[in-house]
Write a protein that binds this ligand. Structure first.
Ligand SMILES: [Zn+2]
Length: 349
């Protein structure tokens, strides 16, 4: 299992959303397979449902986050469906005391989310309309990354492209069947975006360093939508910080006017400007990040052992830990303490 490492001292990943649209007709503007980069300031955003659900708070990867309840699912940031196995209503321990016997908690934060052997299995609902957008999106992913997509035969873990009320996906490989929902409004570009979630990407503006690049204008956000700009410390999640800067061209980046109440931007660059987003293709930065997550695997299947650098942070089995003096340290509620990994579970030493 390969885990990503944080390049930053503070592991807090600030995630915020800018996904939802109330009017489903607006999403129709996003339809089509136009391969050109769309004009500036158009919102090309994905939502699980045109009608937002009631907001509730759950624990995910050890943290309390606001989510919408949509169709029996917990949806985070508009189009990210949280795996039920990773959601609890009570806080879950990520580190146990030395001699403590772990309780039967769910495996919160303990999935790596990667697809083994760079291979993503999938199936398509027979009734899904415009299947060509799925094939086009897969073709794009295969042409630009080391991932290959194989139609599922008997594999138990696979993506299922299915009709839904909007565009949505889980983040990373969840285990078992995991839906990517596509309404008729979801374009090929939206499908490329949702596949990005399914292979492990969060939204581009979730980067830990996003505040170096963008400003959020809370005064312009629709009342009641502020929760979508909630910040989230992404313990144990894959898909962050694989490139050196925030990439406005990323297919995972959201628009400057998302959730605007007054026609003014909710997100701007640091100098106050707006920016264009696109839903046509993986950007150069997207490709770089994905290829770091899923490196080319040559003819040999030997895996190189992970080398850990003292002084750097890594996220392993759901916990962000510091490598120091060839041991592991975790900054928890009781300060920095030495921890060790036994059978996939972290314990204080
Ligand atoms: Zn998304």
């Amino acid at each position: 299992m390969k885990n990503f490492k944080f390049a930053y001292i503070l592991p807090a990943i600030a995630l915020f959303a800018s996904c939802a649209k109330d009017n489903p007709n607006d999403l129709d503007e996003l339809n089509g397979t136009d391969s050109s980069i769309k004009a500036s300031n158009e919102e090309m955003v994905e939502v699980a449902s045109p009608e937002p659900g009631p907001v509730t708070e759950v624990f995910y990867a050890g943290q309390k986050i606001p989510v919408e309840e949509v169709g029996g699912n917990y949806v985070y940031q508009g189009d990210i469906i949280l795996s039920p196995d990773m959601v609890t209503h009570e806080e879950v321990k990520l580190v146990y005391e030395k001699d403590e016997v772990p309780s039967g908690n769910k495996s919160v934060g303990r999935t790596s989310g990667r697809w083994p052997d760079n291979t993503v299995y999938y199936a398509i609902e027979s009734g899904l309309d415009n299947k060509s957008r799925v094939y086009e999106a897969i073709k794009h992913w295969e042409a630009n990354t080391n991932l290959k997509f194989v139609e599922r035969t008997s594999q138990s873990s696979y993506i299922y492209f299915v009709t839904g009320s909007g565009c949505s996906s889980y983040v990373g490989r969840v285990g078992g069947r995991q839906n990517i929902t596509l309404s008729s409004s979801c374009s090929t570009g939206n499908t490329i975006h949702e596949i990005g979630h399914a292979v492990g990407l969060w939204h581009e503006q979730s980067r830990v360093d996003r505040d170096q690049y963008i400003t959020i204008h809370y005064d312009n956000i629709q009342s009641g939508r502020e929760f979508n700009f909630h910040t989230y410390s992404a313990q144990g999640m894959d898909g962050d910080e694989f490139t050196s800067t925030l990439d406005f061209g990323s297919i995972m980046m959201y628009g400057a006017y998302s959730f605007s109440s007054n026609g003014k931007p909710t997100i701007t660059t640091k100098n106050g400007g707006t920016y264009s987003v696109q839903r046509s293709r993986l950007s150069t930065g997207d490709k770089t990040g994905i290829n770091n997550m899923y490196p080319y695997q040559g003819g040999e299947t030997t895996t190189t052992p992970e080398t850990y650098v003292n002084g750097e942070y890594y996220t392993i089995e759901g916990l962000t830990v510091l490598r120091f003096y060839n041991g592991w340290y975790y900054l928890g509620p009781y300060g920095m303490r030495a921890v060790e990994l036994r059978n996939g579970i972290w314990y204080y030493k």
